[in-house]
Design a protein around this ligand. Structure first.
Ligand code: ATP
Ligand code: MG
Length: 205
């Protein structure tokens, strides 16, 4: 019998900072889709967040490492951090296919809010040919994604899978605001990430 193809999850994000919502979602998708591993990929300069101040890529990378290191299935890639200029998922996926071989199946993990933006992504048509997407439910983002998937064309229906995961109503935006206001972020992020944020004085203004 032929070997099953390796299934790898890709969790892209700004991770400014990474939080429990990301981790719970990624672990749920990993188990449900029987993924060999999940690679977290913090953006370098995100094309979707330009114009807004984003914490240096190295701080976001370090926090992502700290948050994931104890999970044997979670890995972090510097591929976008090390790339000059804005990072596009299509370039990342092409590079990972070259690295792992065409036999590997890639599953790009997203929250429902990201699915609503997919039509703005560079080369989304090719991306849908190259990898699957798993749209995990995200609280507060109740807009139906069925319409968004339909708009992306027939390939999207085949490639974008929806999954109900445990929902945590946490966002990085909210965490940054809480820190700025001097509110607690305990249990919103892993303890070591909480310490890193305070030690480095992130999000104070
Ligand atoms: P920001 O508020 O700065 O946009 P964020 O919390 O949305 O930050 P991102 O780094 O933008 O975090 O998200 C990376 C990916 O994780 C996206 O696909 C997003 O939809 C998903 N995601 C973020 N927060 C959650 C959550 N609480 N539950 C499920 N998915 C989430
Ligand atoms: Mg976001």
């Amino acid at each position: 019998m032929a070997d099953q193809p390796q299934k790898i999850g890709l969790m892209g994000g700004t991770f400014d900072p990474i939080h429990m919502g990301h981790l719970v979602m990624a672990e749920a998708v990993r188990m449900d889709y029987d993924l060999t591993k999940v690679i977290f990929i913090p953006t370098g300069t995100s094309p979707h967040k330009q114009g807004m101040p984003v914490t240096p890529a190295l701080d976001r990378y370090i926090m992502t490492m700290m948050a994931t290191y104890s999970n044997p299935y979670f890995f972090v890639s510097p591929i976008e951090r090390d790339r000059p200029g804005p990072s596009f998922t299509i370039d990342t996926v092409r590079a990972l296919i070259a690295q792992y071989g065409a036999g590997t199946e890639f599953y790009f993990l997203t929250g429902t809010d990201t699915v609503l933006e997919l039509h703005t992504w560079n080369n989304i048509g090719e991306l849908l040919e190259l990898c699957h997407f798993v749209a995990a439910s995200r609280p507060g983002k109740t807009t139906s994604i069925a319409e968004a998937i339909k708009r992306l064309g027939p390939k999207a229906k085949e490639r974008i899978h929806r999954l109900t995961t445990p929902e945590l109503e946490i966002s990085s935006t909210d965490i940054r605001e809480r820190v700025r206001l001097g509110k607690s972020i305990r249990y919103f992020v892993p303890e070591n990430v909480e310490h890193y944020i305070h030690k480095e004085g992130l999000y104070l203004k």
